[in-house]
Design a protein around this ligand. Structure first.
Ligand SMILES: C[S@@+](CC[C@H](N)C(=O)[O-])C[C@H]1O[C@@H](n2cnc3c(N)ncnc32)[C@H](O)[C@@H]1O
Length: 716
């Protein structure tokens, strides 16, 4: 930080990095360096590399500052069910998950969950990559048009008597959410500062063209919100047609069942401006102050809800027609639409909304050196009026069909528009640097391939050829291109895993394991899901798999595919993502390495048993069972009698115990990051007096890894 500061001063800046004053607990920081400064200066470049690495690992997230605001206004609690309707590439989903996991202890999972949805399957893959860093079992990623997001409502008439109900009915009967984030596709003009392309591409038609979709998505969000729940509507645009006009229209449609919340007391340090109550609409070079100014031939594109009053002015011929785009019709305000609209705003009679739109939040670049953002916080007071619910339910029925076939040109065009969201560039950059984009897009399971040759000795070719054939048979789920999610119930395999790793009985296995393959023998990956995700999945089965799930839970176990792997007593290894969750419960195949041996493992990727500095550790490693094992970093400053607990700072990696050596099963990038963390720890340990004892502790750690139980260790 000090050297960064001196670079900043040299460069004429005053502060190198500073916490964003409005972000709780100093958890978000702002750096002012330009790309040019970074390129020119070695210290800054190293700092930039560090940020990219930490972002890739998941320790930090690089994000446009204002884009972090919507989840803060959502007021999420760890037990909330949250729907992120337009979620890709997932920076806000990540924040939501962080909040959900905030207070959970290692090995315990929160009661809440997040469903992150996006229309664009490739952007869903980015989201999956982005959120994988979170190692969460509390996430489902879906791929629907948000405006048609399924309601998964259990038909109450299909009950089978009280007894059956208790046994078979899922614990929830409808998919309703405590919180909904509606970060809709928009024209993106709020990102002009860093996306200069928009200056060239932007036109007024962009906002006008997406208004109806934004209203539809917001209405769907409100219908899926529990009474008492909160929804945040946001865009990275400053265009009132995409913002206040949408909020006003949904308030009108909801007729008192939803209120716009005054959040002026929340995040007091955040500079903001009130929402607008009057604005004009521009169409084809012409200013329009009210719907009555819209020429008849433009009335399918420019709808009444774009104007502050939301009033339709219909002529007699139109009167009996319902406004096809959903604008509200008020016959008492009828008049003939003008056929000679004006090109200047001077003589227009301004409409003013009678709704409290000043409660909306506008953040502009020049207030606090950020991008621009619009936010509205909505509170559902009571069920939506029957008419709204009916039309929404009609959509729901539609959504149980093949959504992906109902291609909507409008939406797709706007999806492209939307990719200007500030975070994409960074995530794409991170993803491509990790060489994971292709992997993520590979195959119907949307799963990356193991990224390290060191994961286990490879003999995968025949396996791969076989699996290609099988894959053809396998894709038989309801949703084209996505393998169905099924509960994994093979007791033989589950018991072999439990026995091999000595998994404590307190770890809930039953009903928490899922796969993408109905045939147990072909299952390659087993995912772990939280209780909340399990509840949703059970409901989804009951309602005929309405959810098109592209990713679910946490990859916990992977089948060994190498020759050596298949001869190991347990066919499944623990995956890196799953390790933090299961670690506190692992009692066998676990060893504690001194920092130097741990470092050698990360450095050389494979170390012969005889080559470990701590010979006793080498012997214990040699005595483990063939297959996957866990190596935990032992803190050099700890004495053997110190109690051992797994906490947030515990460092552990998955390794392969082969016939003559230990090999790490960690990606290169993780190794790099761990080495850096280790170096920092070793430095700070060197600075404090080290106890004499620097050999393996006398825990109940079993030498052969089978007979005696061990206690998981930590380094502190
Ligand atoms: C503003 S971006 C979302 C950014 C995201 N919330 C984040 O913070 O990373 C809007 C997203 O909406 C998606 N999208 C566009 N039309 C959609 C629709 N009809 N339903 C769901 N998602 C849609 C786009 O693919 C895009 O990923």
């Amino acid at each position: 930080m000090k050297s960064l500061q001196s670079e900043a001063i040299e460069g004429g800046e005053l502060v190198a990095m500073k916490p964003l004053p409005w972000y709780p607990d100093n958890l978000a920081w702002h750096s002012n360096f330009s790309r040019m400064q970074i390129r020119k200066n070695q210290t800054l470049e190293r700092f930039h590399e560090f940020l990219k690495l930490e972002n890739e690992i998941g320790n930090i997230t690089r994000q446009e500052a204002v884009s972090m605001v919507p989840p803060l206004f959502l007021d999420v609690h760890p037990d909330h069910f949250v729907l992120d309707m337009c979620a890709a590439p997932g920076s806000k989903t990540f924040q939501l998950l962080e909040i959900i996991h905030q207070s959970s202890k290692p090995g315990s999972l929160p009661d809440g969950m997040v469903i992150a949805n996006d229309l664009d399957v490739q952007r869903c893959n980015l989201l999956i990559h982005q959120t994988k860093r979170m190692c969460t079992a509390n996430l489902i990623v879906t791929n629907h048009e948000a405006q048609h997001f399924p309601g998964c409502r259990l038909n109450k008439n299909c009950s089978r008597g009280p007894q059956m109900m208790n046994e078979l009915e899922p614990s929830i009967s409808q998919l309703l959410f405590d919180r909904v984030l509606c970060d809709v596709p928009c024209s993106g003009d709020g990102t002009l500062r860093k996306a200069p392309d928009i200056w060239r591409k932007w036109n007024t038609g962009m906002g006008n063209g997406i208004h109806i979709l934004q209203v539809q998505i917001a209405m769907r969000g409100l219908s899926l919100l529990k009474v008492g729940g909160r929804m945040v509507y946001s865009t990275c645009s400053m265009n009132p047609v995409e913002n206040e006009a949408v909020v006003a229209e949904i308030l009108r449609r909801c007729g008192g069942s939803v209120e716009l919340v005054d959040v002026s007391g929340e995040l007091p340090q955040l500079l903001r401006r009130p929402g607008l109550r009057k604005w004009k609409v521009r169409d084809r070079g012409v200013w329009l102050a009210s719907y009555k100014d819209v020429p008849k031939f433009r009335r399918s594109a420019i709808v009444a809800s774009m104007f502050p009053s939301g009033r339709s002015y219909v002529d007699t011929a139109d009167r009996i027609q319902k406004c096809e785009n959903g604008g509200t019709v008020h016959p008492e305000n009828e008049s003939q639409p003008a056929e000679n609209p004006r090109t200047s705003t001077d003589d227009l009679e301004e409409e003013v909304s009678d709704l409290p739109l000043e409660h909306c939040i506008r953040m502009v670049p020049h207030d606090q050196n950020t991008g621009a953002f619009f936010i509205a916080v909505l509170h559902k007071l009571s069920p939506l009026p029957a008419t709204q619910d009916k039309s929404i339910n009609a959509q729901e029925n539609q959504s149980t069909g093949n959504d992906e076939l109902l291609e909507n040109k409008h939406v797709i065009e706007n999806t492209k528009l939307d990719s200007v969201d500030g975070t994409d560039e960074m995530i794409l950059e991170a993803a491509s640097e990790a060489d994971l984009v292709d992997d993520e897009l590979d195959g119907a399971t949307l799963e990356p391939k193991p990224s390290e040759a060191a994961q286990e000795p490879a003999d995968n070719k025949t396996d791969l050829a076989k699996s290609v054939g099988k894959r053809k048979l396998q894709i038989q789920g309801k949703w084209r291109g996505v393998d169905p999610v099924v509960f994994f119930k093979d007791e033989t395999i589950i018991n072999s895993i439990k026995t091999f790793y000595g998994i404590d009985e307190a770890f809930p296995f039953s009903g928490h394991l899922v796969t993408r393959n109905n045939e147990t023998n072909h299952v390659k990956r087993i995912y772990y899901i939280s209780k909340s995700v399990k509840d949703v999945l059970e409901l989804n089965f009951k309602v005929g798999q309405q959810l098109k799930i592209t990713s679910i839970g946490l990859k916990m176990f992977e089948r060994q595919s190498s020759r050596e792997g298949t001869s190991a007593p347990c066919l499944f290894r623990i995956s890196s993502e799953g390790l933090p969750v299961i670690l506190p419960y692992v009692r066998k195949q676990i060893l504690f390495a001194a920092p130097l041996d741990f470092k050698h493992l990360l450095q050389y990727k494979a170390v012969k048993f005889a080559d470990f500095v701590d010979a006793e550790f080498g012997q214990k490693a040699a005595n483990l069972m063939l297959g996957c094992c866990i190596i935990v970093l032992r803190d050099g400053n700890k004495t053997v009698s110190d109690p051992i607990q797994v906490d947030g700072s515990t460092i552990a990696i998955g390794c392969w115990k082969g016939r003559g050596s230990l090999s790490v099963m960690v990606t290169a990038i993780d190794c790099q990051e761990l080495l850096e963390r280790l170096a920092t720890r070793m430095e700070s340990e060197d600075a404090t007096p080290t106890p004499k004892n620097n050999v393996e502790p006398e825990q109940a750690e079993d030498v052969n890894g089978i007979e005696k139980d061990t206690t998981p260790a930590t380094d502190n």
